[in-house]
Each structure stands twice: as C-alpha cells, then as structure tokens.
Design a protein around this ligand. Structure first.
Ligand code: GTP
Length: 189
C-alpha cells in the first residue's frame, strides 16, 4: 500500500486487506503501522510525530473487573483517540495495551497539545460494567519527531514512554532527537 499525506486515513477504512487490522479494536495493527512509517520516513518526515501509548496498571483493571471489561476499555481507548487525532494521522494497536500514533501536526507544540488532549480524554472517559460499576483508566504517552531513521524515531518514542511511566504515569514525555536536555520536556496537568 502506498503511503502519502492523503492516503493515511484516520478512519482506517482502507485497512481491508487481511493482516493489516487489529481484530479487537478494528484499527491498524503493528505490521501496518511499521510499514507505513517506514514508507513515509523515506519521503517526508517534517510535520509527523510518533506517539507510543501504554495504558497504566492495565493488569489491575483486568484482575479487578475481568478480561471482557479490559477488552471494552481497549476498544474505547481506540475510539476516543480516533475522535481527537487530525486527518492525515494513523492510529494502531501495537499489541496488548500498547498503541501508537503517527501524528500529523504543523508544530511540536501542537503535537504535544494533542497528546495531552488524548491523555485527558482517556482519563475522563469511563466505561460502565454490567454490574453498573464505572471504570476509568489512564495512559502514559511518549512522543518524538519522525526522522529519516524511522526505527530510531520509534525507539526514541519508546524511551519517552518509559520515562513517562517512571515519572508516575498519566503524563506525556517529549524527546527530541537532539540530545540536549533543554529540548526534552515533560507535560502533566
Ligand atoms: N483485556 C485484555 N487484556 C490484555 C490484552 N492484551 C494484554 N492484556 C493484559 O494487559 C496487561 C498488561 O500488564 P503489564 O504489562 O503488567 O502492564 P500494566 O499492568 O499496564 O502496568 P504498567 O504498564 O507498568 O502501567 C496484562 O494483564 C495482559 O494480560 C487484551 O487483548 N485484552
């Protein structure tokens, strides 16, 4: 599949071929995401950012409310993110409770603001179990710019996610490819 600005559709409607979709959430899977960022990085990197998201303490949620509620939480997270990300972005489930977004944004600050909107929306969105219990979950988010070396960009975003977990979860950490401390920012309400 050819990727360009206009062919990345946030509604995932083009992911019809087998092996490109995550069955539970109906969004792109890891394979499609990785091939998309690889193709895009070869053509154009500016205005794209890689976000990696990992739900916080998801094991606890599964243990407390059951796997079916956990599945519903994953579906809700995918739906919530899809209402926020701008056209030209791509959302994927990498596996388990980990998601990734190829985010189209004009500026770094706007990309960080969108990441924070996603974080807040997920935290505020609750699901109701069959017993009437309200269940909420939060997410940690790592963000880095897409560069020609898409694999290094992905690693940097993962590193930022790891730092977000270390900083107490439910926060966004931005890491630039320039190893300057002042360029690295943490954002939390
Ligand atoms: N319901 C459901 N749970 C899943 C799925 N895939 C993975 N999980 C669960 O996600 C949980 C991930 O747990 P951990 O890797 O320990 O992470 P965590 O509890 O979220 O903790 P932190 O990431 O450190 O905040 C495990 O309990 C997995 O069983 C899935 O498709 N559905």
């Amino acid at each position: 599949m050819q990727i360009c600005n206009h062919s990345i559709d946030k509604y995932q409607s083009k992911l019809v071929a087998l092996g490109q979709k995550d069955e539970l959430t109906d969004i792109a899977n890891r394979r499609f995401f990785m091939s998309s960022i690889k193709q895009l990085a070869q053509k154009e990197q500016s205005n794209y950012f890689i976000l990696t998201l990992d739900l916080d303490h998801f094991k606890k949620l599964n243990d407390q409310y059951g796997h079916a509620v956990g599945d519903q939480a994953l579906i809700n997270v995918a739906n919530t993110i899809n209402t926020i990300i701008p056209n030209g972005s791509l959302l994927a489930r990498l596996g388990g409770e980990e998601f990734a977004i190829l985010l189209y944004s004009d500026t770094r600050d706007h990309a960080i603001a969108i990441s924070n909107n996603i974080r807040v929306a997920i935290a505020e969105h609750s699901i109701t179990t069959s017993k009437g219990e309200k269940v909420n979950c939060t997410t940690s988010i790592g963000i880095s710019p897409l560069t020609l070396d898409f694999s290094a960009s992905m690693q940097l975003s993962d590193k930022a996610l790891y730092q977000a977990k270390e900083k107490g979860r439910n926060c966004v950490v931005f890491l630039n490819n320039i190893p300057v401390q002042a360029e690295n920012n943490e954002y939390k309400n």
